[in-house]
Design a protein. Structure first.
Length: 463
């Protein structure tokens, strides 16, 4: 989040996706009503240190850390927020005043705070606990929006791979020595994560698609989603077919391990010193790419996920439920969870960080692994990540992305020649700056010209 992006959100005012709280010395008592409402509706930004009229009053500097600590602790406390949900507050300086930004994504589960269920509309947070019709509609909306919640009433505990539960407990123990999963039975663990639900359409209860993908035996997974696979290919010498291949049709934990092993087999290690700690840049970089490939995928679509290592780049692609279109700018985007329950479990075992960190981390590690190179993230029906393995490949990829953006600009301006850079940015899904850069290039190439003033004029597309 940048100060410019924050100001733009404040300028929009409070809405179904934005809530201001003064919180100058302590967190407002109703802050978790808003967090709960955002989780249950469509996500949003909770801004602490901003008054109702949008004036930035700021959080007292000596109170900032205490408020953040309280937010994180309560978000993970089922007595306060149930089921718990990890949030990652961020502090920004606005003209010398501290604003705490809490981005709350839409959740695939129904949440309650202190036993009350809240939903949002344009006027704020509403307690719908006693409105049974609205609560039922909320459950149905979550189930229809997130395919990971699909219930399979005939899947039994015996359909899961026993060894995976111990693997998950060991990984969780590494993150938190007294993790609550350590004292739970397998069934209790599955229920605590939200992998056992009631289907509000049929009234049947059972384990979910997410449970099957995470813990299912191979034959269980193939029975539930027969099209499911992840194709790992190395195309370095034989570009028409492949030099090596791993056809992966197993649970997500072992899929992750096999993809990381494929990376280790075909890509060289590179080490770097960060904060006095020597890290393997290759492993840290492709951990982010592979986790993204597995966590944010739409599993009900038969399109196979692909992880392809080529001579000059690595490409990952999977079917997606897009929340935009075009190239993702890490300085100007709002992350959306595609499979929040799967993501939450991956976070508990240390395989992903907070929502949105994957893009930032991938940029950081790509620049260390391939100096001068930048990754690209393209949002669409197919979500694509490209990691250049040479600076030249990065330039070629950037040029390809720029070319696609330019084509979209021309098409949109043919439809409406008065569109502004901000409007084009919103439609295409890239930053205002990227649009302005492409428009300048199109003008230099003689493909676009401005007629009249900046305010009252229009664009003319040259044939």
């Amino acid at each position: 989040m940048t100060a410019e992006r924050l100001q733009a959100i404040i300028d929009q005012g409070e809405s179904v996706n934005v809530e201001f709280k003064t919180s100058s010395i302590a967190l407002n008592k109703d802050a978790f009503d808003s967090i709960c409402g955002f989780l249950n509706r469509s996500g949003g930004h909770l801004l602490l240190g901003v008054q109702n009229d949008g004036a930035v009053s700021g959080v007292h500097e000596d109170k900032v850390q205490g408020i953040i600590d309280g937010l994180v602790a309560n978000a993970n406390n089922p007595q306060k927020l149930n089921p718990p949900y990890y949030v990652s507050p961020e502090v920004l300086d606005m003209n010398g005043k501290k604003v705490i930004v809490v981005y709350v994504p839409e959740s695939s589960q129904v949440h309650a705070t202190k036993g009350r269920i809240y939903d949002r509309n344009q006027d704020g947070d509403f307690d719908i606990t006693n409105q049974q019709d609205q609560v039922s509609q909320l459950y149905l909306r979550k189930q229809n929006s997130y395919s990971e919640n699909q219930v399979y009433p005939y899947v039994e505990l015996s359909d899961f791979k026993e060894s995976l539960f111990e693997k998950v407990r060991n990984l969780a123990r590494n993150q938190q020595p007294k993790h609550p999963w350590l004292a739970m039975t397998n069934e209790e663990l599955l229920r605590s994560v939200g992998l056992y639900k009631k289907d509000m359409k049929t009234g049947q209860s059972g384990y979910t698609l997410a449970a099957v993908l995470l813990f299912g035996k191979d034959e269980t997974i193939q029975s539930v989603v027969p099209h499911y696979k992840t194709d790992a290919l190395a195309r370095i010498e034989n570009k028409d077919r492949y030099d090596d291949r791993d056809d992966i049709r197993t649970n997500l934990f072992e899929s992750y391990d096999r993809l990381m092993a494929f990376v280790a087999k075909h890509l060289s290690e590179k080490f770097h010193l960060i904060n006095t700690q020597r890290i393997n840049v290759r492993d840290n970089l492709f951990r982010e790419v592979i986790a993204n490939l597995l966590v944010h995928r739409e599993y009900t679509n038969p399109f196979p996920a692909k992880f392809i290592i080529e001579a000059n780049q690595v490409r990952a692609e999977n079917w997606n439920k897009p929340h935009g279109s075009g190239n993702i700018d890490p300085a100007n985007f709002s992350p959306y969870p595609k499979n929040p329950i799967i993501a939450k479990l991956f976070k508990e075992i240390g395989w992903v960080d907070e929502l949105g960190s994957g893009v930032r981390n991938t940029y950081k590690y790509t620049e260390l692994y391939t100096p001068g190179a930048k990754p690209t993230f393209t949002e669409g029906d197919v979500f694509e990540i490209i990691i250049p393995l040479s600076e030249k490949a990065s330039e070629e990829t950037s040029e390809k992305v720029s070319g696609k953006t330019s084509e979209k600009i021309i098409t949109l301006l043919k439809e409406d020649n008065k569109r502004t850079a901000k409007e084009l940015s919103k439609i295409i899904g890239v930053s205002d700056r990227a649009i302005e850069k492409q428009i300048a290039k199109l003008q230099q190439q003689g493909k676009l010209t401005r007629v009249g003033s900046d305010k009252a004029g229009h664009w003319k597309v040259m044939n």
